[in-house]
Design a protein around this ligand. Structure first.
Ligand SMILES: [Zn+2]
Ligand SMILES: [Zn+2]
Length: 327
């Protein structure tokens, strides 16, 4: 912006510490939007909050809480999950990904590793293992039980910017922070059960035996709502609602997203909120489950993120102060 043509030969090198990962970066003049050499996120002087003691209760979406309470109220669910935990074990999942996917380390895809570290230090979660797997679907998931692993599909990385990849990684780390992982793993296997065409896993008969039909229905109903909590985790890490909105737009619009107007997409999300009807939405869940979408309704999810921001709860978490004079 400023004209410095009177001292052409003067070195105007600056150092900026990355607000996300802490790396000290050297920036020269005229490079456009400078990015951190380590995590590749944009450099700026704005602060980035790391939460000292974030509790899941501080951000869990009410629909997640309600569905989880309904699930926990089913007699026998605790012992079914305990048995499930005992028979699944971690090793099988780890072996599958170690054999078939690229493990992210400080030396392999170091910028992804840095993004995982940023999400974990911001929310206060121990680092899980992270894998990248070739898959034409833009998706990510967290699996495992006690030692979770996060898997990002290659298509997601090809389609999203660095900020948006951080949002996805933070969403997955949110599942760990929210203690969703055991339930999510059970829900995913139940989904496989519903799609009989999927390759038979040795776990399928176990799932069939352990979980009654009402347990399965409650697990699936909860799993979709759990996404809403983790979109909030993603916002707590990116600290920019537009990054979440753009990520959802790309998930909704696919490769066509480059032609979609973001402002119009936001207007659509706000419009959706106005006509929102929980009962009608409930009826949709069954179709969503049948269609095999694991992260459904991007427009609805954006509208929920916007609503949370507008409620003042997000700002309260960020500043540590209530928005209004509430007790
Ligand atoms: Zn950085
Ligand atoms: Zn999720």
């Amino acid at each position: 912006m400023a004209d410095t043509n009177d001292n052409e030969n003067l070195q105007t090198t600056n150092f900026i510490r990355c607000r996300y990962c802490g790396q000290r970066n050297q920036t020269g003049p005229g490079e456009g939007q400078p990015r951190c050499g380590r995590c590749r996120l944009p450099l700026s002087d704005a602060p980035h909050k790391k939460f000292a003691e974030l509790k899941k209760e501080q951000y869990i979406h009410p629909a997640d809480r309600k569905a989880m309470a309904a699930l926990r109220a089913i007699p026998g669910i605790d012992s079914a999950l305990k048995k499930f935990l005992a028979v699944t074990g971690e090793s099988a999942i780890r072996v599958i990904f170690t054999a078939s996917a690229v493990k992210v380390t400080p030396h392999q895809c170091p910028d992804l590793y840095a993004k995982l570290q940023i999400a974990c230090t911001t929310l206060g979660v121990d680092m899980p293992e992270l894998f990248v797997q070739q898959n034409p679907i833009a998706n990510a998931f967290t699996g495992g039980v006690e030692r979770p692993v996060i898997v990002l599909y290659s298509q997601l990385l090809e389609r999203l910017t660095d900020d948006e990849v951080l949002a996805v990684v933070a969403h997955e780390v949110g599942h760990i922070h929210s203690e969703h992982v055991l339930y999510l793993t059970a829900a995913r296997l139940i989904e496989y059960l519903a799609k009989s065409a999927v390759l038979a896993s040795p776990l399928i008969p176990i799932v069939k035996e352990l979980f009654t039909l009402s347990m399965r229905a409650a697990l699936l109903a909860w799993a979709r709502r759990a996404e809403l909590s983790c979109d909030r985790s993603a916002l707590l890490v990116t600290q920019d609602a537009n990054v979440i909105g753009r990520t959802m737009m790309k998930l909704a619009g696919g490769t066509f997203a480059s032609k979609i107007d973001y402002e119009q997409f936001l207007a659509q999300a706000r419009d959706f909120q106005k006509t929102y009807d929980e009962k009608a939405l409930d009826r949709f869940w069954a179709d969503v489950i049948n269609s095999g979408l694991s992260h459904p309704f991007p427009v609805w999810r954006v509208s929920e993120v916007l609503k949370w921001v507008e409620s003042g709860e997000y700002k309260e978490l960020m500043t540590g102060e209530p928005e209004s004079a509430a007790a």
